[in-house]
Unconditional design. Structure first.
Length: 294
C-alpha cells in the first residue's frame, strides 16, 4: 500500500513553534554565548505571576532549551527583582473557574513544565531567587537542581491565607525539599522566610547578598560546566529516582543499571580515562579536579 505523506507531525510543529523565542510575550530568554541560558519569567508588573500564557510558553521553551547544543545550564529567574508571585490569581484561578476543560489542560501543562520536565531536565538547572517567591513558584524552585537566593528574598506559602491548600505539586515539592516538620510549619502558618532561613531549611542551597547573586549563579554554573555532562545527567536522574519511592533493593538494582548505562553512553569514556589517569598515570586526583569533560 502506498504511504501518503501526512505533512509535519504534531511534535515537529510544536518544536518549530518552540524555536520562536521572539514570539514569547511572558518569558524572556537570554543567551550570552557562555553555555548558560537565562530564562526570566517576564511579567514584572504582576510580580511575575504565572498566567496560562506563561505556562504554555515555558512548556515550549523547555523543548527548545533541551535540544540546544550550545547550552549546558538553564537558569530560571524572574524579571526585575521578583522570582514569581505564584499562580496568577485572576487569569489562572478566577478566569478558569468555570472552564473545567481549559483548567484541566492548563493543569497538565503547568505541572508538566514545572515538575515533570524541570525535575528530570537533562541539563543542569538553577533557580536564581530575588524578591518574592510565593505559592506555586515553590514548584519550579524545588524542581531545579540548585537554588541560590538573595539574602533578602522573600518566600511565602500564602495559600492558607486565602482559603486553599498548596495544590498542584507545591506540597509535594516543599516536603521533598524541607522535610515534614518545616513544611508543615510554613504551610500552616504562611510565615515568611528570608533567603538565609530558606537556606537553613533546605529550600535553597545558599543565600548571598543581592549584589552577588548573579555572579554566584555564574560561578556555580561555570564550575558544573567543567565536569562531564553525561555523568552529571545520570547523577541527577539517579538522585530523583531513588528519592521518589524506591526501596533499598530497587535502589541498589537501579543504581547498578544506571552505572552500567552511563559507561555505555558516555562518548568521552570518562570512566576509563579517569581510572587510568589515577591508577596508571598518577596524573589525576578525583577529589581535586573536575572529571574530564565529555
Ligand atoms: N496573581 C495576579 N496578580 C498578581 C499576583 C498574583 N499572584 N501577585 C501580584 N499581582 C499583581 C497585583 O494585583 C498588582 O496588579 P495591579 O497593578 O493591576 O493592581 C501587581 O501585581 C502588583 O502587586 P502589588 O500587590 O501591588 O505588589 P507588592 O510589591 O506590593 O506586593 C506581593 C507583592 C506580596 C507578591 C503581593 O502582590 C501578593 O501578595 N501577591 C499575591 C501572592 C499570592 O498569594 N500568590 C498566589 C499563591 S497560591 C498559588 O500560587 C497556587
Amino acid at each position: 500500500m502506498a504511504v501518503r505523506s501526512t505533512g509535519p507531525k504534531r511534535w515537529e510543529h510544536e518544536l518549530s513553534e518552540a524555536s520562536a523565542y521572539s514570539a514569547y510575550s511572558t518569558i524572556r530568554i537570554e543567551r550570552a554565548g557562555d553555555r548558560i541560558a537565562w530564562v526570566y519569567l517576564n511579567r514584572p508588573e504582576k510580580r511575575n505571576a504565572m498566567s496560562p500564557q506563561l505556562h504554555m510558553e515555558m512548556y515550549h521553551a523547555l523543548d527548545e532549551l533541551e535540544i540546544d547544543d550550545e547550552i549546558d545550564v538553564v537558569v530560571i529567574a524572574g524579571a526585575e527583582g521578583n522570582f514569581s508571585s505564584g499562580q496568577d490569581l485572576k487569569q489562572f484561578f478566577r478566569e478558569l473557574e468555570d472552564k473545567p476543560d481549559q483548567r484541566y489542560l492548563m493543569e497538565q501543562r503547568y505541572c508538566k513544565w514545572r515538575w515533570d520536565r524541570l525535575s528530570t531536565f537533562p541539563k543542569i538547572t538553577i533557580a536564581m531567587v530575588d524578591g518574592w517567591c510565593v505559592g506555586g513558584a515553590f514548584t519550579h524552585l524545588v524542581a531545579c537542581d540548585f537554588a541560590i537566593a538573595a539574602e533578602q528574598a522573600r518566600f511565602s506559602l500564602s495559600e492558607v491565607n486565602w482559603g486553599i491548600i498548596p495544590g498542584g505539586m507545591v506540597t509535594k515539592a516543599v516536603v521533598e525539599a524541607m522535610g515534614y516538620r518545616d513544611s508543615l510549619y510554613y504551610i500552616l502558618t504562611a510565615e515568611e522566610l528570608d533567603g538565609a532561613r530558606a537556606a537553613q531549611v533546605g529550600l535553597v542551597n545558599r543565600a548571598v547578598p543581592a549584589a552577588e547573586l548573579r555572579a554566584e549563579v555564574e560561578r556555580l554554573a561555570t564550575m558544573l560546566m567543567r565536569k562531564n555532562q553525561h555523568v552529571l545527567r545520570a547523577s541527577k536522574q539517579a538522585c530523583r529516582m531513588v528519592m521518589r519511592g524506591m526501596d533499598n533493593d530497587q535502589s541498589l538494582d537501579y543504581l547498578g543499571a544506571k552505572f552500567t548505562q552511563l559507561k555505555a553512553l558516555d562518548p568521552s569514556n570518562g570512566y576509563s580515562t579517569g581510572l587510568s589517569s589515577f591508577v596508571d598515570g598518577k596524573t589525576y586526583k578525583p577529589v581535586h579536579d573536575p572529571y574530564p569533560r565529555g
